[in-house]
Design a protein around this ligand. Sequence first.
Ligand SMILES: [Zn+2]
Length: 70
Amino acid sequence: MELECPECGAIIELDEDETEIGQEIECPECGTILILRKRGKKFFLEPLEEEELEEADEDEDETEAEEEDY
Ligand SMILES: [Zn+2]
C-alpha cells in the first residue's frame, strides 16, 4: 500500500503484511517519525507527537522559579 507523509507529502510504500498498527515509520524524505494508524478500513500516517517533551520543559522552568522563592 502507498501512504502519504503528512509532513512533506512524500509517498511511502509499505508492505501491509510486514507493518503493524502503531508501528513507527521514518519518512525517507523528511526523516519525520510517523505512526501507522487505521481508521475504519483506511490506513494513514500520523506524525509522532512530542508534546509531552515540550510540557516537561515547561515543568522544569516552573520548578526553577519555585526554587528561587525558597
Ligand atoms: Zn516526509
